[in-house]
Design a protein. Structure first.
Lengths: 158, 158
DNA sequence: TTTTTTTGCTTTAAGCCTAAATTATAGGAG
DNA sequence: CTCCTATAATTTAGGCTTAAAGCAAAAAAA
């Protein structure tokens, strides 16, 4: 029950090995492994990054464009962060920024035609990579995880 | 079946909304939300970071210390990355680096007594935050996710 | 022994990320 | 109209991250 007085091992931490902690560690671990793979693929095959892909993915769903603020909220990243990523995409001609007609502070960013075309290509590759990653996961297990993580996300979002 | 010629909405992407993609998006989303919360807490309450905590967590389990290489492999981060984090912890007196007796290239890093004491405090807070995050998740759902993510991690690791 | 290759780690360049400070515009109170 | 506050975005400082290049020691080869 108690730690031995001559124990040279680390003292047991309160709560170590609980289900919550295990869940968190595994969640983070799986996400990290996947991200590592995607980052490498995006870099090697398209000379781009996951964050840029994320920006394009959000904008693809909004053909009329959106403000920098909405973009950063949709991506769960800080306001200032979006600025530099948008700049990169703009420099590549994949994205355009147009001053808001009513509000002089704001700008509406949207994908260019080239950006939309490029995103379709990227999204296809992205999906193929994800499929490959989860290839060995049984379909019912997949559904179970989707369900469980959906519930988790709802709880976390609230 | 086909896209309308006058459709102003984004064309449907092949594979959009499949279970694999949904799983990946939710996995990443949940991890991101949790990380954001932990980062803020570590910063505000202990003026430290999640990566530093991660290093300490690994070293806590290895009282005899380990090489920089083992450390980076255990954390799934690049070799060069560990260098700067270790330096920070060393500057705070939480970690010590001792030259390897046989191998002049290598060093053995380990937590100092102060580092071990500090880690116990951090780990306790960390666990409390995690518990709070998952407070509303039913115990059986928790177990199911732990199980599913464990399997997923095994598949991803191989 | 001398040379070559490998290995452990650090450094560098580039990008992502945040919080906080700054700038500029918008909108309301007086 | 003027002042004050709120909001949109950028800039700045600091930290994390990687890949690639560099350095020094070890190990292997010649």
């Amino acid at each position: 029950m108690n730690e031995s007085l001559t124990d040279t091992n680390p003292p047991t931490l309160a709560g170590a090995g609980t289900d919550e902690l295990r869940l968190w560690v595994r969640l983070l671990r799986c996400a990290k492994v996947g991200e590592k793979l995607l980052r490498r693929n995006f870099e090697e095959q398209f000379d781009t990054t996951l964050p840029r892909f994320d920006v394009m993915a959000v904008l693809y769903r909004e053909p009329d464009g959106m403000s920098m603020g909405s973009l950063s909220r949709a991506l769960l990243v800080s306001n200032g962060n979006v600025t530099s990523i948008v700049r990169q995409l703009q420099a590549q001609g994949l994205l355009q920024s147009i001053p808001h007609p009513q509000d002089g502070r704001s700008a509406i960013v949207s994908l260019t035609l080239a950006g939309r075309a490029q995103f379709v290509v990227l999204a296809e590759a992205h999906h193929a990579w994800i499929s490959e990653i989860f290839r060995e996961v049984p379909a019912d297990r997949l559904k179970q995880l989707v369900e469980g993580l959906g519930e988790l996300h709802t709880i976390l979002g609230a």
